[in-house]
Design a protein around this ligand. Structure first.
Ligand code: PLP
Length: 412
């Protein structure tokens, strides 16, 4: 038994089996590289589900986190602290006012995860309509088929993938699901009984599926017409992943509510629910809370992430490396490949067969971490710091990885 097998045995005996048995035991990382318990090195093209924006062991993150933990690790929400205020102000500045002049007219609630950010958004929507005395008239949430908003009960109710939602019904939230990308269905669903529309700018867990151009603008129009709130879930797409700070900015759409997590903390757990304009003040004193939310260490980490993305020009380099990977995959011409989709460093290599698990395993054997997000799609969401040379290394290895996957499939 090697060191990985020993850890897997202990894992299986002590942890719930909800994740299955992970095939790799990671021990340490440096930049875009990680090492497993047996000393094998991998190029990390997945960043822990689109989280480690600055890669691993980034000096800015180490310094911010260790300085903050040495000063004050936790306060609870009964006491304020400057890193939380700095971070909120920073995010508002990035969200920009009209024409980018000044900070956005918005306010933030900090949570610890994506699902929690969406729970805050759901409560905000409910509370808004309740304050208008219209919660009975506006009971319906609209969300997309195959969408993903998290595993807690509210976020799960809005999650369109039936196989992960249905075993846990009922939820106490009336959700109308529409096919993603279908503007007419969206308009029809967002009627006068609609409280809010939850939408991902590009569906991540469904397989990095971008909607047709103009979809987010159409969602904005549908909400404006019906009076429903537009909640944009940028938990996966936000913080530079698409080459924009936030994907909705690429479409020139302003949501009513925005949710963030994943890349924001660069590996430290933090989520955010941003309410724009009047929606920033809907949740009043006592309406919501979290013991760990806006934890100073997580806030310091997020500030380091945002500062480094800006200082190192990572939006532009992420867009360039993303284009390189996209074009390289699209040009490959391997029989198992059916093309590439996505934007920035958030891509899917589309497969001609449901061979994603075999490709993921073959990539691992070749020293690359990728993700079989769907049976016929491999997701790439590397750290934003990935270099052109590292992208080239993966593209050079890809034909061999695909050949290896084909051979493994033939043998099985
Ligand atoms: N929303 C989107 C779009 C996501 O991709 C995810 C996670 O993958 C979530 C919400 C849930 O985030 P978390 O796993 O941090 O709860």
């Amino acid at each position: 038994m090697n060191a990985t097998n020993v850890l897997q045995k202990r894992y299986a005996a002590a942890l719930m089996p909800n994740y299955g048995l992970p095939p790799v035991a990671l021990v340490r990382g440096d930049g875009c590289r990680v090492w497993d318990a047996d000393g094998r090195e991998y190029l990390d093209l997945f960043a822990g589900i689109a989280v480690s924006a600055l890669g691993h062991a980034h000096p800015a993150l180490i310094s911010a986190v260790s300085t903050q933990v040495a000063a004050l690790a936790h306060t609870s929400n009964l006491f304020l602290h400057e890193p939380g205020i700095d971070l909120a102000e920073r995010i508002l500045a990035l969200l920009g006012g009209p024409g980018g002049a000044g900070p956005a007219d918005a306010r933030i609630f900090f949570a610890n995860s994506g699902a929690e950010a969406n729970e805050a958004a759901i409560k905000l929507v409910r509370r808004h309509w309740q304050k208008q005395h219209l919660s009975q008239a506006r009971p319906v949430f609209v969300a997309a088929e195959n969408g993903f908003h998290g595993r807690t009960m509210g976020a799960l109710a809005l999650t369109g993938k039936a196989s992960i939602r249905e075993p846990f019904a009922p939820f106490g939230i009336d959700v109308r699901f529409v096919p993603y990308g279908d503007v007419d269905a969206l308009r029809a669903a967002a009627g006068p009984d609609c409280a809010a529309l939850f939408v991902e700018p590009c569906q991540g867990e469904a397989g990095v599926i971008p909607p047709p151009p103009g979809y987010l603008s159409a969602a904005r129009e549908a909400c404006d017409r019906s009076g429903a709130l537009l909640v944009v879930d940028e938990i996966q797409s936000g913080v530079g992943r698409t080459g924009h700070w936030f994907a909705h900015q690429g479409e020139g759409v302003t949501p009513d509510v925005l949710t963030l997590a994943k890349g924001l903390g660069g590996g430290l757990p933090i989520g955010a629910c941003v309410g724009f304009g009047p929606y920033g003040s809907v949740l009043g004193k006592g309406d919501h809370g979290s013991t760990f939310g806006a934890n100073p260490v997580a806030c310091a980490a997020a500030l380091a992430v945002l500062t480094t993305i800006e200082a190192d020009g990572l939006l532009a380099s992420a867009a360039a490396a993303g284009q390189q990977l996209h074009d390289g995959i699209a040009a490959l011409g391997h029989p198992l490949l059916a093309g590439a989709r996505g934007q920035g460093l958030w891509l899917a290599a589309m497969l001609a067969e449901p061979a994603a698990a075999d490709v993921e395993a073959a990539a691992r054997r070749a020293g690359f971490l990728v993700n079989a997000v769907q049976p016929d799609a491999i997701r790439l969401a590397p750290p934003l710091i990935i270099s052109a040379g590292q992208a080239t290394a993966f593209l050079d290895a890809l034909p061999g990885i695909l050949d290896d996957a084909v051979t493994a499939r033939e043998k099985s």
